[in-house]
Ligand binder design. Sequence first.
Ligand code: F6P
Length: 535
Amino acid sequence: MSKITTSTQWKQLEEKAAREDSSKIKELFSRDPNRAEKFSIENGKLFLDYSKNPIDAETFQYLVSLAKTSHLEEQKLALFSGKKLNVTEDRPALHTALRHPDQLGSLPTPPLREEMLRERQKMSTFVEKFRDGLLLGVTKKSLTSVIHIGIGGSDLGPSLVTNALAGKQKIKISFVSNVDVTELNKALMTHDLESTLIIIASKTFSTSETLINARAVIREMSSKLGKSEKDILNDHVVATTANIGRAHDLGISESKIFAFWESIGGRYSIWSSVGLPIALAIGFDRFCNFLAGAHQMDKHFIEAPAEVNMPTILALVGIWNINFLRRVTHAVLPYSDKLKLLPDYLQQLEMESNGKQINKAGQRLDFPTAPVIFGGRGTNFQHSFAQHLHQSPVITPCDFIAIAKDQQTPNEHQDCLLSNCFAQSEALLLGSDCESSDATKSVDAHKSFDGDRPSNTILIDEFDEKTLGALIALYEHKVFCQSVIWNINPFDQWGVELGKNIEGAIRPILAGGPGSATQNGSTRLLIERVKKLRS
Ligand code: F6P
């Protein structure tokens, strides 16, 4: 049994959760109609209303006390002072240093600090040249559009933020992530290749999907433009990576490599050179605003006591729902197309960080950790999976995310988005009894809603690069707080390795190489069937 589950605070919370009224939110509102004012918090231009959760003042105190007994304050300091928190990979997690607006704060220490400043400067110069039309392709046309190749943390962040912030910017950027050739072909067909910059983004530069796509794009460009692959590499290709050696091996010269470091996790790398497509799309100054927004959330996270700390509160609400009320799914529901990729981004952030079975002490965990994250944009999800959220016996806590003022969206559309957003959380909370006569009882039962379904609402006053930076940092720190309470390492991802190894053995067999399938009978059958169909 892990230590935290034997703590007084855990026991208090378990006892509280066992009470019959533990999940009744409506009752909390009838007892205190003003509870939204008490159970909400503001930071910068973000407002979090967590009052539609079954949390009263006592539960809240127990949760805060749980955070304290888990040494959250010490762990926060350890994160921000560069301690090696990623114990299984023997490295710190330095993503917060990257978004210090001026000189990276006091971290990291030299020589990494100088390297970070140098890379930031290199990126800034490159962005300026690109946006001024000074970078030329093999046919001497200015590079004006981008095909970005990467997957996981090397895709989800750049595509989320570029999609959210680029607006009507004239730079066309296509993101190619899957090794299925559809995205790649579409990009190759719709870009003027003479004026296209290729960014190959990969922390390890060994991810097979990314390398296959990278080699394919270089080959295609060479053939379509009638130039050598070497020329294409020289004039059209750059890399963002922590593995300079492997980028070299592909033929990319040092001046075209934008480095980041082992201590920056892939899903935390948006603040590094992995943010290059964002900066190309919106300019380096606005990219710095994005970093500054995240830094502002960092400051709040490090300075504010747990009771009034937005990421900590979001984490604790999650802990209550997951560990004590056993709600192990979680929906992310942004009411803005600007944030339509947020559910995918948070799926990796939360599930790859905290989807773990062993704690830092090497003990097997005896409680659920990261919930199953899924989601979609409002209002579209209302016409697909909302039914499940409202009436399934599986209760899914939701995060509603909405923009209060959005100048790019006409009032009629914006009002419709916001009223739907507020209506959904209200419906989940209140439910509705369908009064019925005996004759109609059986039908009316289908029309009833229990209510008491929990949700948070994050209202963004105004959407811009700063608020987006703050929003992403908010979730990063939420994930960190939960990892501290669960005592797990959120910065490794060993669970993705086994599948990669097995894939490495299967692909040569499918490719017709020597050797026969030695896998489990089911897998072998599938492999043999494909081979037979192909022969
Ligand atoms: O397979 C999972 C993973 O390692 C993620 O952690 C990472 O973001 C993604 O693959 C891509 O890795 P890379 O940036 O090294 O290509």
